[in-house]
Design a protein. Structure first.
Length: 372
């Protein structure tokens, strides 16, 4: 493949990172929803389960970094907003219909779940999707700030957000009013800084790979050491052996270094990798659905392996099965309902939106001044 073709398309190194992060998120949910906390506490498999969970918040943060890195050069699109909502509705309403028809006696479809499925964004069916939608709506203004603020001002904004949402809780235990959307804005601004002033793709920066591997090694060492001390009678360490993954500094620095690590590889293009990466958000919407979460213990019987030496094998098989099932469902959605919703968006929703927007602008006599 010639170099110009590689540059014209999504860098498959970054798309591969997107896939890896989704596998990490699935592994995190296996650990989080697969076991009862009180049963896992004194299990010999507790360190293994906690190692699986380390990548959850890191994977989410890297996802936001990747999105910010690409979105900083794009303008707001109502079409993307509509497709985003349509994709979420497919999974919430689809799961609701499945449980109402195939499992009516499960007792899982409560009034709250019903409202969350019909109104997934406002009711917070997916915390990530709701926060990311806020980020999408704010992206034109964030992009304008990133492009026009200058390097020093952009760094100052990142430093302020970093201090409020990571340094104060980490160093001094001061918990201010925490907002996931604000954390996403911090990551978005950081991605914008990397895009404008950071390293170029393919720069082969070994420093970031070394930092990432060292931090990853330290996080693994903390989990293992804390569990070992807990087994020796120091219950404090047993209770806090998994706190590292929620640490403010950890979920900021490690994702940044992981992203820079992959950005440092020479850009490449793989149609298969890019296609698989296009399915990742569907994998998330499938497996983290409020109703589908019951599969961990209901279908895979995860909790029954809590003390089994076969837990690593069961974990690997289950995580891969869930990921592949989610990818298949998303592929089928894209080829069927997704195409119908896209056609409806292009032929109905977007024209209506444009007409209403032009009408409001003309009535209010709003000048259309574009950001640089």
């Amino acid at each position: 493949m010639v170099q110009t073709s590689v540059k014209a398309r999504r860098n498959s190194r970054i798309e591969l990172l997107r896939i890896i992060c989704m596998v990490m998120i699935v592994a995190y949910h296996y650990s989080t929803y697969g076991f009862y906390a009180q049963d896992l506490m004194y299990s010999a498999n507790k360190p293994f389960a906690e190692l699986l969970s380390l990548g959850g918040q890191v994977g989410v943060s890297v996802f936001v970094l990747i999105s910010g890195y690409y979105m900083v050069d794009l303008n707001y699109s109502f079409r993307k907003f509509s497709l985003f909502i349509g994709q979420i509705w497919f999974y919430t309403l689809g799961a609701l219909l499945l449980f109402l028809t195939a499992f009516p006696s499960s007792g899982l479809v409560t009034r709250e779940i019903l409202s969350m499925s019909v109104l997934p964004i406002s009711k917070g069916h997916y915390w990530f999707a709701t926060s990311f939608l806020v980020l999408m709506l704010l992206s034109p203004y964030l992009n304008c700030f990133i492009r026009n603020s200058g390097r020093r001002q952009l760094l100052s904004a990142i430093a302020v957000l970093l201090g409020i949402y990571t340094l104060l809780p980490t160093l001094f235990g001061i918990q201010l009013s925490y907002s996931t959307a604000a954390r996403f804005i911090l990551l978005y601004l950081s991605a914008g800084y990397i895009r404008l002033y950071g390293m170029e793709p393919g720069s082969q920066c070994k420093k970031h790979r070394l930092i990432f591997l060292v931090l990853l090694g330290l996080s693994f060492a903390w989990v293992l050491t804390a569990n070992m001390l807990g087994r020796c009678g120091r219950e404090f360490f047993l209770l806090h052996s998994n706190d590292l993954s929620q640490n403010g500094i950890f979920i900021y620095v490690v994702p940044i270094e992981m992203f820079l690590c992959f950005l440092g590889f020479k850009p490449a293009y793989s149609k298969a990798v890019n296609f698989a990466a296009s399915l990742t958000f569907g994998v998330y919407l499938f497996h983290d659905n409020q109703l589908i979460r019951s599969m961990w213990q209901g279908v895979f019987k995860t909790s029954q392996f809590i003390d089994s030496p076969w837990l690593p094998v069961h974990a690997l098989g289950t995580i891969l099965s869930v990921y592949l099932a989610g990818s298949l469902i998303e592929f089928l959605r894209q080829k069927t309902v997704g195409r119908l919703w896209q056609s409806l968006t292009d032929r109905v929703f977007v024209p209506i939106w444009d007409s209403v927007g032009r009408c409001i602008i003309s009535k209010l006599d709003i000048p259309d001044k574009q950001c640089k």
